[in-house]
Design a protein around this ligand. Structure first.
Ligand code: 13P
Length: 287
């Protein structure tokens, strides 16, 4: 059985000075491509269904697909992690279905209410040995159907981050340090000092969201300063899936979409393998 808690893979990453990729997916072909990429690189992987995908596939279907695929790759540590969710009932359902990690996103709430919602999730999740990620500050950009004005995005305050981690007992903290969800209109400007400052005052695993389009050298610097989980979504949804389908659809003969799905898996695998190399998690299952 290779479905594991998220804090298990992230604590190892923190010690080893690398990061583990958390990949969003739009459909089953993409999950297969992500798993193939992790297996080819002998890397732990976090497979992270966004709420929007679960609206289409269903929560139980998501976890069962991921769980079933882990049987094909028993050597790889796989985390099934619910991405951004502010709905306690849905988080609870995901835990009940067997997700090994969840993200409660109370970042749009006033601080005290964010703490309250996060504590409620930690309390429930801890009864089932499930890890919890929460967010403090606002990560800008387009996040499924939640639009956050990039200009109003608030960066995470280091002292408040420490207070938040202590008050909630979370395993991982998503920090707002200049990345945004969706493809960037211009090169992102990461606040590296802030990452170092937050790392210096808490040993909670730190998460960088908005990984699509961040230059490789920025990832490496962020990891060297203490980031241990990096989320990538849009690049897999668009470049790995939609663009491939669009390009091949006209050529599909006799309605045989399986050839397109095959190419989606290959392209997704290629993107995931590249990220794993950059994040430094390649070969870590062997250690
Ligand atoms: P991108 O879609 O920008 O890669 O961000 C993904 C993400 O952070 C999901 O939580």
């Amino acid at each position: 059985m290779s479905l594991v808690r998220m804090d298990y893979v992230l604590k190892k990453a923190q010690k080893g000075g690398y990061a583990v990729g958390a990949f969003n997916f739009p459909d089953l072909s993409s999950i297969q491509g992500i798993m193939q990429g992790a297996a080819a690189k002998n890397s732990p992987v976090i497979i992270s269904p966004p709420v929007f995908t679960m609206d289409e596939m269903g929560e139980e279907m998501c976890i069962r697909c991921i769980e079933t695929l882990t049987h094909e790759y028993p050597e790889i540590d796989v985390v099934c992690h619910l991405d951004h969710c502010s709905d306690f009932e849905r988080i609870k359902r995901c835990i009940d279905y067997g997700f090994t990690s969840v993200m409660v996103d109370g970042s749009a709430l006033p601080y005290d209410q964010n703490v309250e919602l996060t504590c409620k999730v930690v309390d429930y999740a801890s009864r089932f040995g499930v890890s919890v990620e929460a967010e403090l500050g606002h990560i800008g950009g387009v996040e499924e159907d939640i639009v956050v004005d990039e200009r109003k995005a608030l960066f995470t305050q280091p002292k408040q981050a420490l207070e938040f981690v202590k008050a909630t007992g979370i395993d991982a903290l998503a920090i707002a340090v200049g990345t945004a969800h969706g493809f960037y209109k211009q090169k992102p400007k990461l606040d590296f000092e802030r990452i170092a400052e937050i790392r210096a005052i808490t040993d909670c695993c730190l998460v960088l969201h908005g990984g699509s389009g961040v230059p490789d050298e920025d990832f490496k610097k962020a990891i060297s300063l203490g980031i241990t989980k990096i989320n990538v979504g849009t690049e897999l949804k668009i470049t790995g899936n939609f663009d491939v389908q669009k390009a091949l659809f006209a050529e599909a003969t006799h309605g045989d979409v399986r050839k397109i799905q095959h190419q989606v898996r290959i392209k997704t695998q290629e993107i995931v393998e590249h990220k794993i190399d950059v994040f430094g998690s390649a070969g870590k299952m062997a250690q």
